[in-house]
Design a protein. Structure first.
Lengths: 354, 386
């Protein structure tokens, strides 16, 4: 997605450039950049982009929100922007108004399930919940005997075991033990946990694609500066071909993620075509995070392996994002089952459907 | 950003879907009539002149060209649909594919009017086959090292030398080739080559088929001995072929043929595995389908950019680079998974036969039409590394 395609992205990029400069925040051991960044994003209404005006949000389109996530990936933004956006989106599905402040969604893995009992209380454990520790509220998708419900939960009512993902961002275990939600409403017809996982997966895909764009950018720049054997390393064919492969991985991730975002933004339902798009995006972007990140590090050599250098902000986060809302292995199995179940002669019609 | 790569999420317009139905219905009829077997990509004779004429009669050749030359003035996206459906069905497109994709557009751009009027409608009718004469025994990827001479004579040129690896030359009616009209200059080693339209099956041209490791004879050595080409068969600027050779490559590089060449083994694997795959098979299929889908979305995106009048040279090279690497790996990944197919699968033999052929085809996919190394060089230049 090109920069500055729309006003939402333009606003966000300006804020990121001012308050989330990678080198500055990488040097800041006290994380004192986080509060001003979050405040600026909130004042611009960005965390609640996907929440309609009448539910307390800024009512941006799905497409604009996706573009914003791609931009956030390019800056490897380490505040719960994506998480609050997803939470607001989930709550809005059930017409629940979003409160102010940081939020996140649970469950964040297809393996975990939250249940709703007959008294309207929530039970269950969700692992790998991004930024749970920083969140004031959770948007929860729960299964009860009458189907799926969506709940707004006060984070203080839950038990949180803090953890970190490989990108050094919070990825926590949240336990709900007979928690009474602030608000509880039925989910729309046909809204399943898979729907949330696909949406979260596409959000992560866009972030990974953005991080890869930046990894390509800083790797190309570095190769044009670094001199070895008396010439810039960008002049070595081996380095050129590595960077060409990184460009390929970055391009594939971007194409897969933006295509899936476009599919969701224009879809009437989460049908097989959207499933193909969203699952493929997560699978392809996760693979690109591995292959592309490895090349970015290879080009940088030892300096890229230091905490002082900004590369790890992108490379490790891209790797960490693979795990959220279903890993590529999970989606590959599910997509493979879908394809097998439709039958061999229905594969091409599915692929060529759009 | 140093590298602003774009892959806009282009969707095929509604009219493409109607066209797709027509193409599928046409191919189903051809299969039913025994023209070709979609499960047999390894047939020995891939030339199908009558099929070619019927495709032409449908208006599916030269689709994007002006009507006065026999074209339909339809969009690149419509052409894209026809191309991908033909490829997936393993239709015998050899006779018309090069003319439709590459040679026609070159003639449109550089041939004199009377040649266009004479030849383009015949391409559109599916009557004639084209070959491309680029490589020589001592110049492959290094296009501008070509030595085959075009010496000026009365009313035209005399050609002497040898082209090689020329696909379809044995059945071709015409070839578009580059010949040396002047030596390279000190300042520009690419100077001195000229693009020509060559009428095949004429005195002074000898075509020697070359056996390939697949067992097929698709490419050839073409020896020119004092072969005469008239002046009006010069395409574009004398000595200036290097200015003309690059822009067409975006069309050549990014089409569905650049990732679908071995697609058939994936379909056959899904058939063999059946509706309830075990976890390993499901994961394997899922990863392959995710790649396939991504490749296609990238390729459609480039087609959309071409339709919009852009020249996405770097993006097209990326599509061919990762598309051909993928289609090269595909038979091997399918082979990995085929190890778990039940002995009782009814299409087991078909799958094995297809795999044998696809595995033998695989090595050429990253060589033909611009090697991986050349493509990565172009991408590197686009990134600002050269």
């Amino acid at each position: 997605m090109a920069e500055s395609d729309n006003i939402v992205v333009e606003t966000a990029e300006k804020i990121f450039a001012d308050l989330a400069d990678p080198q500055t925040i990488n040097n800041d051991k006290k994380n004192s950049w986080q509060a001003p960044l979050w405040q600026a994003l909130s004042e611009a209404g960005l965390p609640l982009s996907w929440v309609p005006d009448d539910l307390g949000g800024s009512g941006a389109s799905l497409a604009d929100g996706f573009a914003l996530l791609n931009a956030a990936g390019r800056f490897a933004v380490a505040v719960p922007l994506a998480e609050t956006m997803l939470a607001g989106w989930l709550l809005a599905q059930a017409k629940i108004a979003s409160p102010e402040g940081e939020m996140t969604v649970l469950p964040a893995s297809p393996k975990d399930h939250i249940t709703l009992d007959a008294d309207g209380a929530l039970f269950g454990r969700a692992r790998g919940v991004p930024f749970a520790k920083a969140a004031k509220h959770f948007a929860v998708l729960a299964r009860g005997k009458d189907g799926m419900s969506i709940a707004l939960v006060d984070a203080n009512k839950s038990r949180i075991e803090a953890g970190l993902n490989v990108g050094y961002d919070h990825s926590d275990t949240v336990t709900l033990d007979k928690v009474q939600p602030v608000t509880l409403k039925p989910a729309p017809q046909s809204f399943e946990q898979t729907t949330l996982m696909l949406m979260g997966g596409v959000a992560r895909s866009l972030q990974i694609a953005g991080a890869l764009e930046s990894m390509l950018d800083i790797s190309v720049r570095y190769s044009n500066e670094r001199v070895a054997f008396e010439k810039k390393i960008s002049k070595f064919q081996a380095v050129q071909h590595n960077l060409a492969r990184l460009a390929g991985e970055s391009a594939a991730a971007l194409a897969a993620a933006t295509s899936a975002a476009d599919a969701i933004a224009n879809a009437k339902a989460f049908d097989d075509e959207v499933y193909l798009e969203a699952a493929s995006a997560k699978i392809r972007c996760a693979e690109a995070a591995e292959k592309g990140g490895a090349i970015a590090h290879q080009v940088h050599g030892a300096i890229g392996f230091t905490m002082e250098h900004i590369l790890h902000r992108y490379s490790l986060r891209a790797l960490a994002w693979r795990d959220d809302f279903g890993s590529e292995s999970h989606w590959a199995v599910e997509l493979g089952r879908l394809v097998a179940n439709r039958g061999a002669d229905e594969l091409w019609p599915l692929v060529a459907s759009r | 950003m140093t590298a602003a790569l774009r892959f806009d999420p282009i969707r095929l317009p509604e009219k493409c879907e109607q066209l797709r139905k027509e193409v599928r219905a046409f191919l189903a009829e051809e299969i039913a009539a025994g023209t070709f077997d979609p499960h047999k990509p390894n047939r020995e004779d891939t030339d199908a002149p009558e099929f070619s004429r019927r495709v032409g009669a449908k208006g599916w050749l030269g689709m994007t060209w002006p009507k006065k030359y026999g074209g339909q003035e339809r969009s690149f996206l419509e052409r894209y649909v026809v191309t991908e459906e033909m490829r997936v069905a393993n239709a015998p497109t050899r006779r018309f594919f090069v003319a439709d994709r590459q040679s026609g557009p070159v003639l449109l751009k550089y041939a004199p009017e009377h040649i266009k009027m004479e030849i383009l409608p015949r391409i559109c009718r599916g009557e004639i086959c084209f070959a491309i004469g680029m490589s020589e025994p001592n110049s492959g990827s290094d296009l501008f090292a070509a030595k085959t001479r075009a010496t000026k004579t009365d009313g035209g040129y005399l050609i002497n030398g040898t082209k090689i690896w020329t696909s379809s030359a044995h059945i071709a009616d015409y070839m578009i080739a580059i010949f040396r009209t002047s030596p390279p200059t000190k300042e520009n080693r690419r100077h001195g080559l000229t693009q020509f339209l060559v009428k095949m099956k004429q005195p002074g041209i000898k075509v020697n088929p070359i056996g390939q490791i697949t067992g097929q004879y698709e490419f050839n050595e073409v020896v020119f001995t004092d072969h005469f080409i008239p002046d009006d068969h010069v395409l574009g600027e004398v000595d200036g072929a290097w200015k003309q050779a690059t822009s067409e490559l975006a069309y050549e590089r990014s089409g569905p043929e650049r990732f679908l060449e071995t697609y058939y083994v994936l379909t056959e694997l899904v058939r063999a595995i059946g509706p309830n795959p075990d976890t390993r098979s499901a994961e394997g299929i899922g990863r392959l389908v995710a790649q396939l889908h991504t490749m296609r979305r990238m390729s459609v995106s480039v087609a959309g950019m071409l339709q919009a009048g852009k020249e996405p040279v770097v993006e097209a090279s990326i599509v061919k680079d990762i598309g051909t690497v993928w289609e090269q790996q595909l038979p091997h990944r399918v082979r990995d998974l085929a190890a778990f197919v039940e002995e009782t699968a009814t299409n087991r033999e078909t799958l094995e036969r297809q795999l044998d052929f696809a595995i033998k085809t695989a090595p050429k996919l990253t060589i033909q039409g611009g090697t991986t190394e050349v493509l990565r060089g172009i991408i590197a230049r686009g990134l600002g590394l050269r």
